[in-house]
Write a protein that binds this ligand. Sequence first.
Ligand SMILES: [Zn+2]
Length: 209
Amino acid sequence: MNEILLDKLVICNKCHSLHRKIKLKDAKTAYCDVCENTLYHSHKGMLKSALALSITTMIVFVIASSFAIVKIEMNGIWHDLTLPFVFVTLFKEEFFVVGLIVSFLIFIIPMVHILLYTTVMFFFYFKINKKVVGDLLIAIAKLKPWNMTEIFLISVLVALIKLIGYAQIELGISFWALVVFIILDIYLSKEIKLLDLWDLRDEIYHEKT
Ligand SMILES: [Zn+2]
């Protein structure tokens, strides 16, 4: 069976029956006629919501990394603990390896991940840079296993609980921004699958040519 023909087939992941893939006109979702499982969605309405969602996620990320995550009282003075401050302190205290791992896992990778996502959505929106979009989607796939924002939130919570024993703390605006960022980031990765983005790429640039 050649590749082009395979491209037009879709297998139901519940009952494993094979279906021919057709372009959805009015319907938003295609269901399996054997077991009624969802086969695939129409990507038409996806682009605008995905673009809005990725821009929102990026703004929330900027807020999360600009203000205090927690405020700590030490010797009567309140200190703001921001994300960059945590990294600088780790490096200053010569925890180079920990500093490097922490800044990559909880800052650089999530930032690059959301930046790539947003860039792809912009290119889709303006129907430009088909080749670059392909490269970016491959980069997103490679980055995915390293994007562990939920683990980050858990470590922040553990650190906070430990801190409560030593000092008086108050949650800062960035803490809540961080929670929102992680929820949005998880939603974005779970709701808009990479496979859907490849399909969307085909639809968008095919329409243009
Ligand atoms: Zn089925």
